[in-house]
Design a protein around this ligand. Structure first.
Ligand code: FAD
Length: 512
């Protein structure tokens, strides 16, 4: 085991909650270490529906606190990350057998007014005979409503938070598992194990943060948990899956479809040429790292979508699927229907006299991660005897410093500066990297200056940036989390990239 270092905060878990807390804490000058056993966002935080939303259906469950906080966050996050977040209009076809129109109007009125909306347009009623969103729908649905929410590249939101944490001095260790955390002399003694077989590393922390998502309860269980803890948690693991199919409609609206079982499913324009459909809600008891979609879930999503679209959606249309596990804080709600358990978060402080404190993060949504981090920092600063100075509400994430927080303004500037970059490629790069596009395109004057093309429009300059700046270590990091090039690159191109990344890793590990 190598020499020991001391940190104010040791964070277990590089999903959105761990990365969000790391960023907020590092920006306040705390000495932070975050360990992630796999890649950043490799679990739930890359498997969401990718909505920054209040959650219309949570109003029915009287979750006003959650909905208000989430609605307010939409514009805060949109201003801070206008490259990876964009406004969307959602079309809700009206089915009077499921919910009366007055109830939907009331819900949308609350949705429009609860969260201090400024940029996003208000809701309205529409007739499908005259609205562009009516064309792909079956004729028996004639009316509906439109309202606003936002879309986010969830995996990149995590990486950008981790980058900002690093730029503020945090140490971010991917492929590094916490395999032990014990109290010793009023501090946390934490053992970290990297995947490179270089022996364990011991680190010492004044406070420990358990942000392990679906693993949060396992980590602290009395029998076999790796963190010494007296906290108990009633966590319900609920699987949610999505399917991706070739695009079913050719406009920018999304659909929110109600189902007879009380659930709702979204159909969202995805990566220009596809439609994303999800999600399911199924209780899950297995290992979260092996979660994958079942045929029953594919059938459920296809049937529901086919009930609304003129086009029948079938298993044969599915080009990609992904699944994630929601770690929901169940309180006493063991027996409840999975879709009815609260999506709100709970922070549990464990502070026993003479011991170093720990904070356990349970539940939560991508949408509320920044507020969750602020609440966590209130507790952390109090425990560490620091002042509480929130700062992230008006701080752009890396690459998000667009003029007027406007994607269109930034696009005009970069389209002029890099007029040799094909339009689709510029759009892809600007959406992924924002102003950090400059770190990739640099002083290049043409595509040939970007080095080898690895397929589609992925050039060596982008790959190098991802390896050097964004912790890319293997193919899945590259093609499913930092980008969605998995939908574009051929199997052969992927195989070459896989080999290239393996070689790159060997060199890196040998040099360490
Ligand atoms: P995770 O992202 O799972 O991160 C936990 C991390 O801890 C993992 O990466 C794991 O590898 C790591 N870890 C665990 N144990 C260890 C260890 N011992 N050492 C080191 N690392 C460890 N929210 C929204 O706001 N909008 C949506 O549209 C939305 N849709 C969703 C759809 C689905 C199907 C699901 C499942 C969730 C959705 N959510 C949505 C919720 C949101 O995705 C989650 O609340 C959020 O991603 C949880 O983040 P997390 O950081 O807590 O967990």
């Amino acid at each position: 085991m190598s020499a020991t270092s001391t940190y104010d905060l040791i964070i277990i878990g590089g999903g959105i909650n761990g990365a969000g807390i790391a960023r907020d804490a590092a920006g306040r000058g705390l000495k932070v270490l975050l360990c992630e056993q796999n890649d950043l966002a490799s679990a739930t935080s890359s498997a969401s529906t990718k909505l920054i939303h209040g959650g219309l259906r949570y109003l029915e469950q009287y979750e006003f606190r959650l909905v208000r906080e989430a609605l307010t966050e939409r514009e805060v996050l949109l201003n801070n990350a206008p490259h990876i977040i964009k406004p969307l209009r959602f079309v809700l076809p009206h089915r009077k057998d499921l919910r009366p129109a007055w109830m939907i109007r009331l819900g949308l009125f609350l949705y429009d007014h609860l969260g201090g909306r400024k940029k996003l347009p208000a809701s309205e009623g529409i007739s499908f005979a005259s609205h562009v969103a009516g064309a792909p729908l079956r004729e028996d649905v004639t009316k509906g409503f439109v309202y606003s929410d936002c879309w986010v590249d969830d995996a990149r939101l995590v990486v950008l938070n981790a980058m900002d944490a690093r730029e503020n001095g945090a140490e971010i260790l991917t492929r590094t598992k916490c395999v032990g955390a014990v109290q010793r002399g009023g501090q946390w003694n934490v053992t970290l194990r990297g995947d490179a077989d270089q022996g364990d590393r011991g680190v010492v922390g004044k406070m420990l943060i358990n942000a392990a998502g679906p693993w949060c309860a396992d980590l602290i269980k009395a029998d076999g948990g790796v963190v010494q803890s007296k906290t108990t948690a009633n966590i319900r693991l609920v699987k949610g899956s999505h399917i991706v199919v070739p695009k079913i409609f050719d406009h920018e609206y999304c659909y929110i479809f109600q189902n007879g079982d009380g659930r709702i499913v979204f159909a969202i324009p995805y990566e220009d040429d596809f439609t994303l459909i999800g999600t399911t809600d199924v209780d899950f008891n297995g290992d979260p790292s092996t979660v994958k979609i079942d045929q029953d879930e594919i059938d459920y999503l296809c049937k529901l979508a086919s009930g609304y679209f003129k086009k029948t959606v079938s298993t044969d249309d599915v080009v990609w699927t992904y699944s994630g596990v929601r770690p929901l804080y169940a309180g006493n709600g063991d027996g409840e229907n999975a879709s009815k358990i609260s999506r709100d978060y709970t922070l549990k402080l464990e502070a026993n006299s003479g011991d170093a404190p720990a904070l356990h993060v349970f539940g939560g949504k991508i949408t509320t991660y920044r507020k969750l981090a602020e609440h966590a920092l209130q507790i952390i600063t109090d425990q560490l005897g620091r002042d509480d100075h929130p700062w992230t509400a008006s701080a752009p994430l890396p690459g998000g410093d667009f003029p007027n927080a406007s994607y269109d303004d930034a696009h005009s500037i970069y389209a002029k500066r890099y007029d040799w970059v094909p339009t689709k490629m510029l759009k892809r790069l600007l959406r992924l990297y924002g102003t950090r596009i400059e770190a990739i395109l640099g002083t290049a004057k043409g595509l040939s200056d970007l080095g080898t093309c690895h397929g589609h429009d992925l050039y060596e300059a982008e790959l190098r940036y991802l390896i050097d700046q964004e912790w890319v270590r293997d193919l899945n990091d590259l093609i499913w989390r930092r980008s969605k090039l998995g939908l574009r690159l051929t199997k052969d191109q992927q195989a070459v990239l896989k080999q290239r990344l393996a070689k790159e890793n060997c060199t890196k590990i040998a040099a360490e």
